[in-house]
Design a protein around this ligand. Structure first.
Ligand SMILES: NC(=O)c1ccc[n+]([C@@H]2O[C@H](COP(=O)([O-])OP(=O)(O)OC[C@H]3O[C@@H](n4cnc5c(N)ncnc54)[C@H](OP(=O)(O)O)[C@@H]3O)[C@@H](O)[C@H]2O)c1
Length: 240
């Protein structure tokens, strides 16, 4: 059987963590200013926001599926540019547990929607070197909460108006990434927290995403992967 070949854009913290788990699948890993010289089944972008558009152009030109883990970028008309030529999966957080948390966040949002006294919120904490704030994961989780709670239509870092979801950001120390979604009600608080103890969950999830997207055509997110992997967990009823 032909081995699965992974290429990697980025030699920073996330790039190093992915390289460590990709082992023999890693065909190339390039840093700033380098161009890949070998083929790959899937390339993973773990670089900087400004470089993502060029990496997409490379993936389209070479017909290589692309997994984008880099955060803070925006490419206008991404779907139209990809136009079903390759598979592209973008994810602000590769952790499968965080994908599960996003589903729970929507359920929490629905619970908050039942009673205006239930006030949903989100807090995230990352190491002091993280460039973007709030994190891409925080934005994803905020969106998942607001899908469940339609009276919240946007998030804010400041004092929230009634239609705004309160988001708190901490940039301190060496934290890999902690996200809490919660509901504050008059007499009780319900919180769900994900805390990464290392970059390993992101690295392992990046490989799961690479295998999942390979051979698919179009633009996907971790939510599409989660629909395959996690939705069967959301069947209730019967005895445990
Ligand atoms: N999806 C996830 O699960 C997840 C998890 C963690 C982090 N992230 C995101 O992943 C990105 C990288 O995070 P990080 O912690 O690894 O940052 P980092 O340590 O700063 O690494 C970024 C690396 O990208 C390199 N780079 C810059 N331009 C490049 C180019 N054109 N081609 C290839 N490499 C280039 C940088 O090189 P120089 O040092 O020469 O500039 C640096 O080594 C961030 O956007 C972060 O938010 C995502």
């Amino acid at each position: 059987m032909t081995p699965f070949r992974i290429g990697l854009f980025g030699k920073g913290r996330l790039g190093a963590a992915i390289a460590a788990v990709a082992a023999e699948s890693l065909t190339w890993q390039v840093g700033r200013g380098d161009t890949p010289e070998a083929k790959a089944d899937v390339a993973i972008d773990a670089s900087v926001a400004e470089a993502v558009e060029a990496h997409l152009a490379w993936a389209l030109a070479t017909g290589t599926d692309l997994v984008i883990g880099t955060t803070g970028w925006a490419i206008p008309e991404l779907e139209a540019r990809v136009a079903g030529r390759i598979g592209v999966l973008s994810a602000s957080n590769f952790s499968i547990s965080v994908a599960l948390m996003a589903r729970f966040a929507t359920v929490l949002g629905r619970f908050a929607a039942l009673d205006p006294a239930r006030d949903p919120y989100l807090v995230e904490h990352h190491h002091r070197l993280k460039v973007d704030a709030p994190s891409g994961t925080a934005k994803t989780l905020a969106a998942a909460l607001m899908v469940g709670c339609p009276r919240k239509t946007e998030w804010t870092l400041g004092t929230p108006a009634p239609h705004q979801l309160s988001v708190g950001v901490v940039r301190a120390g060496a934290e890999f990434g902690t996200h809490t979604v919660g509901i504050d009600a008059p007499a009780e608080v319900l919180e769900l927290t994900h805390r990464a103890r290392s970059r390993a969950p992101f690295a392992q999830g990046a490989l799961v995403a690479a295998r999942w997207v390979h051979g698919r055509k179009g633009v996907f997110t971790m939510d599409d992967l989660a629909a395959d992997l996690l939705d069967p967990l959301f069947v209730f009823g019967g005895r445990p």
